[in-house]
Design a protein around this ligand. Structure first.
Ligand code: HEC
Ligand code: HEC
Length: 711
């Protein structure tokens, strides 16, 4: 039955001769393990083709959607992590295999005549493969690829005479952006792969014309016909085929191992709507959420300052080379040395003619070995430069104390930027699990309280205020504040309770200085026209009064009076609880607590009412903040926008007002309302930035889009 089928196929399509041409090719000198590299390369390339075509079905090559689509492949598409992971590590594997293949070829002397044409094709293949890596790096449109490619195209722009034109062509216009992606995509999925396939077919065909380069077959079968049936030709099948297959499997195993080890950021997927756990299939199909597969950095954002850009590891040596040729000498690093090396590689086979062949072979081996060692050293040095203490125990660090110190600072700064970029990358991947933005993935991060809100707080508020991390927080506390309260736990029960017990603490009012008012309740100025400041004493003096009263009560003989100390402490605790409840909307507040809190707030001995207004309480409200809705987003918002308002700190206020100055007339209106406000007291903060800071403060980490209200 089977034989009949084969016979039929053979008659119609001639598969027997096809198969035997493929499998029974003779190998002079017999099968060898060292012949496997070429097959491995072809194998990995075919994986790249297959996974690449699969990726094309889900990838969207536009600046706004590229990152979103890669994120979906990595985290949401079934087995997307596996396909992308294999493609990613496939490209790196090809680099390693090409190096091994080249080394093997030169050691065997297979680059020498009559095989020089194939060596040249090989160099062409190497260049095309490098081109594929370079173009592929940009496609996810993440920060890593974006900035590395920007560096690469800028380097191209520095070439003399033709530089600008080369850059213009590579970038697809005057500016780096969406068209660059289009261009790189066309190169990556069509032009370069088709070129590579064409060259590869020629490479294999020419290879088979001369056969492997063993001692028995140095000159190639064709040029040396009497060699044709030289001793020991062994058919490709089964031994060499088996070696090749086994090597391919090992290579594949290593690639798969890298994918399964996982270099991506872990994310938490949204829970199933019905609350059920993912089943086994779903778990494996979306293994990307566990960090399996290739890394995905945050979406490209051209507004990023100081992104720590580095090329892929196999281009690091070039990056390092450039460092040694600053300024006008740059052309040595960009053009002369790299092209010189390519030229020498190209000319190597010419040393194989005539009597110099033996020497030529030797020179080839030495040159390639030295080249690889140099590349390795440059790569290591590039890694070394980025580590403050260096790699390998710092043996590569050279130079005098001064330069070393400078280099160390640079590396520390770099590592700091890397750390920050990593936090953002992880956050970006997580945020996009809840949906992406049509304008691009970067919009999520720009409007993310957790990352951007934190940085804004540090930049805008952090010179005065501290921000302590709570026990559930994953970020580090901010400790740069010098002249105001710690807002990390602002208006929580604990914060308020502490304020009532110990208002002079540095986390509360201890660092705060307020303006001193004259008899007309206007801020006093000194001879130079600066405002006179004095420590905030309202609450501190109040507490002194409470302490004095409690001391007297403690000393009293009357047991009932003595009990008042404990009673008052309980009352203050209830007040703190009740004030902490004011941040919630009215209908969500605790009614029982409201009754008790209000009563304690109004009690003569606690005195709150003497100074503070709180909705429903008829207080004096002269010089102290109105505590209505205390700690709510509205309360904080008005503190940020108009801290000099009578319901906040009034004329005593010493905190600047943060306003969006973009709306026409906005500033004039504000000035008319607050005639004593100076220019220094008004700082620029957009509405979205303000909401980001508020969400950061109240730990509501949902992204802000277009100033949508909080809660
Ligand atoms: C120049 C220093 C300074 C900066 C910058 C500053 N503040 Fe203040 N902040 C103060 C001072 C001083 C007070 C005390 C009350 C006052 O002076 O009005 C205060 C009070 C507050 C309060 C009331 C709680 C308290 O401690 O009394 C909040 C809330 C607040 N600031 C939030 C912010 C936010 C948010 C930012 C950033 C957008 C910010 N502040 C920037 C100095 C500053
Ligand atoms: C003598 C007047 C006075 C009394 C009495 C008083 N306060 Fe205050 N309170 C102030 C002043 C003034 C401030 C502004 C900061 C300062 O100068 O200490 C303040 C600040 C506060 C703040 C911080 C507001 C912010 O910026 O976040 C809270 C909360 C507060 N008081 C609660 C109370 C409670 C509760 C009571 C009663 C148990 C009370 N105060 C009694 C005058 C008073």
């Amino acid at each position: 039955m089977f034989t009949t089928l084969i016979n039929w196929l053979d008659h119609r399509a001639g598969i027997r001769s096809l198969l035997s041409a493929m499998l029974l090719e003779g190998i002079p000198g017999g099968a060898r393990w060292r012949y496997v590299w070429g097959s491995c390369l072809a194998f990995v390339f075919s994986i790249q083709l297959i996974t690449g075509i699969m990726l094309m079905t889900a990838y969207s090559p536009s600046a706004s959607q590229a990152w979103n689509s890669v994120h979906a492949i990595q985290y949401k598409m079934d087995f997307g992590w596996l396909i992308r992971g294999l493609h990613h590590f496939g490209s790196q594997t090809m680099m390693v295999l090409i190096a091994l293949h080249m080394l093997q070829v030169v050691i065997a002397g297979a680059h020498l005549p009559p095989r020089e044409l194939n060596w040249w094709l090989g160099i062409g293949l190497l260049s095309v493969t490098l081109g594929l890596s370079l173009t592929g790096y940009l496609l996810p449109w993440d920060q890593k690829g974006y900035w590395a490619t920007m560096v690469a195209t800028n380097i191209a722009g520095t070439l003399p005479e033709i530089g600008e034109e080369v850059r213009h062509q590579a970038v697809g216009g005057p500016d780096y952006g969406n068209y660059t992606l289009t261009r790189f995509y066309a190169l990556h999925v069509a032009i370069l792969p088709l070129t590579l396939i064409g060259m590869l077919v020629a490479h294999v065909a020419i290879f088979r014309r001369h056969g492997v380069t063993s001692t028995e077959n140095k000159q190639g079968l064709v040029s040396n016909p009497e060699n044709e049936h030289a001793k020991g030709t062994e058919p490709f099948w089964p031994r060499q085929a088996f070696y090749d297959m086994l090597a391919c499997m090992v290579v594949f195993g290593i690639m798969l191992g890298m994918v399964l080890y996982g270099f991506a950021h872990k994310v938490t997927p949204p829970p199933h709507e019905d609350g059920s756990e993912p089943n086994l299939y779903e778990k494996i199909a979306r293994y990307g959420v566990e960090g399996k597969g290739a890394e995905l950095d945050a979406s490209a954002d051209r507004n990023t300052a100081n992104y720590p850009a580095r090329p892929e590891w196999y281009f690091l040596f070039l990056f390092q080379l450039l460092k040694y040729f600053p300024g006008d000498y740059a052309i040595w690093g960009t053009v002369i040395i790299p092209n010189g090396v390519m030229m020498i590689l190209f000319l190597l086979p010419l040393l194989g003619f005539g009597p110099v062949r033996k020497l030529g072979h030797f020179v080839g081996i030495v040159f390639l070995t030295v080249l690889f060692v140099m590349v390795g050293l440059l790569t290591l040095k590039a890694l070394d430069d980025d580590q403050p203490e260096g790699i390998l125990g710092g043996i590569m660090k050279t130079g005098d104390e001064e330069t070393r110190k400078k280099e160390k600072e640079k590396a520390e700064k770099f590592q700091h930027d890397v750390h920050e970029a990593e936090i953002k990358a992880k956050r970006a991947c997580q945020l996009a699990m809840g949906g992406t933005h049509v304008e691009g993935g970067h919009v999520l991060l720009r409007n993310d309280p957790y990352t951007t809100g934190n940085l804004l707080f540090q930049g805008k508020c952090g010179s005065c205020h501290n921000f302590s991390a709570g026990k559930d927080d994953k970020f580090e506390s901010w400790k740069g504040g010098k002249s105001a309260s710690d807002l990390g736990d602002y208006a929580s029960f604990e914060w308020i309770h502490e304020l009532l017990k110990n208002p002079g603490k540095d986390t509360h009012l201890g660092l705060v200085k307020l303006r001193v008012l004259d008899d007309d309740k206007k801020p006093k100025v000194d001879a130079k026209g600066d405002f006179i400041l004095a420590p905030a004493k309202g609450m501190i003096n109040w507490r002194k009064g409470i302490d004095d009263a409690q001391a007297r009560w403690r000393e009293s003989e009357d047991a009932d009076v003595k009990k008042k100390v404990a009673q008052q402490n309980d009352e203050l605790e209830v007040i703190a609880k009740w004030l902490a409840d004011q941040r919630h909307p009215k209908d969500k507040r605790n009614k029982e607590l409201a009754k008790q809190g209000q009563a304690a707030f109004e009690l003569g001995r606690n005195k709150c009412k003497n100074c503070h207004v709180l909705e429903g309480t008829n207080g004096a409200g002269e010089d102290a903040p109105d505590l209505t809705g205390y700690g709510s987003t509205e309360w904080i918002r008005s503190m940020i926008m108009r801290p000099m308002h009578g319901s906040r700190y009034g004329e005593k206020n010493n905190m600047p007002a943060f306003r969006d100055q973009e709306a026409p007339g906005a500033l004039k209106e504000f000035r008319d309302l607050n005639p004593t406000v100076t220019d220094k007291q008004i700082q620029f903060l957009t509405d979205v930035e303000r909401e980001l800071i508020i969400r950061w403060m109240i730990r509501d980490y949902r992204p802000v889009f277009g100033g949508a209200p909080i809660r």
